[in-house]
Write a new protein. Structure first.
Length: 308
């Protein structure tokens, strides 16, 4: 559904994207992970026909982004990280404008708009002016705009950027619905645990190079001998912290309100030994296992040393 072959982009001597080979199958949700300037937005703009590559090829729904841009645009819904809205339009007028741009017949637009607003939970804002909406509502309206022409592919660049926790949860639930509808979704985000919940596959990009790609389990830090761990204790927290700080297999130890988080560079036998040492020290351990933010450990472990 989405494929890039040796895709590169240069700005003079600066190489923003280098030899990107990527394949996303139909109906998959693919998460793009990487810091600012890593090449995520450059890739998405090339796939959306907004930017020409310096080298290589890119295809969306079988269409060449360079040779068949009109067909690509009809096949995708692109949502940039920052997008403008027409402040003097109501929500209904805003979506009607884009429906007209995509040549949706006038007699079908009201029903289409009603369906889209129901999907993004904005039905009660149909007559509100766009500039009166909160940031989260504007993001959801932007997503509805992407869906006006029922594209097979959605390209979403940092859709949760700037949203409060409630708005992020609402957006995540909408994306789950779109995944259930069979949409192919390419999404970038810094909110790594949420990508882990949403995505079938992830790609880690750093300095324009794709340095890891595949199903989350295949790109796991466990395969690299590193796991992000969480330990909670009921009593003797100080003793637990001392044991962890003295263990050579414990890295980046951090004491937080709900326990100790750290990167562990040993295997299952070493984990069992560490747990025994905690118990022997008198710590009442209530939880000993992987942290829910394990995707962050994936990113940290894979990118370690790449920026040097």
């Amino acid at each position: 559904m989405i494929e890039t072959i040796h895709l590169s982009k240069r700005y003079g001597s600066l190489r923003a994207l280098s030899d990107l080979n990527l394949r996303i199958e139909q109906g998959k949700v693919f998460g793009f992970i990487g810091p600012n300037g890593a090449g995520k937005t450059t890739t998405m703009q090339i796939l959306s026909t907004l930017l020409e590559p310096s080298e290589g090829q890119a295809f969306v729904c079988g269409y060449d982004v360079m040779k068949e841009p009109a067909d690509v645009r009809q096949s995708i819904g692109y949502m940039p990280d920052f997008f403008g809205v027409y402040d003097n339009l109501t929500v209904r007028e805003y979506l009607d404008f884009y429906a007209g741009a995509y040549k949706i017949p006038a007699n079908k637009r009201n029903a289409l708009i009603a369906d889209l607003l129901e999907l993004v939970n904005l039905s009660n804002k149909v007559d509100a002016y766009v500039d009166s909406l909160s940031r989260g509502m504007q993001q959801r309206l932007g997503l509805a705009r992407c869906l006006v022409h029922d594209p097979a592919v959605l390209i979403l660049d940092e859709p949760a950027s700037g949203l409060d926790p409630r708005a992020r949860i609402e957006l995540r639930e909408i994306l789950k619905q779109l995944r259930a509808m069979g949409k192919t979704i390419l999404i970038s985000s810094h909110i790594l645990p949420e990508l882990a919940e949403l995505c079938d596959e992830i790609g880690v990009i750093e300095q324009g190079r794709l340095i890891a790609c595949g199903a989350l389990d295949d790109v796991s830090v466990r395969a690299r001998g590193i796991t992000l761990m969480l330990v909670r204790t009921l009593t003797n927290r100080h003793q637990a912290g001392h044991v962890l700080s003295q263990c050579p297999l414990v890295k980046d130890l951090e004491e937080q309100e709900d326990g100790f988080r750290f990167r562990f560079v040993g295997g299952e036998a070493e984990k069992a030994q560490l747990l025994q040492e905690l118990v022997n020290a008198g710590a009442t351990v209530t939880y000993f296992g992987e942290s829910s933010e394990n995707l962050e450990a994936v990113f940290l472990a894979i990118t370690e040393g790449v920026g040097g």
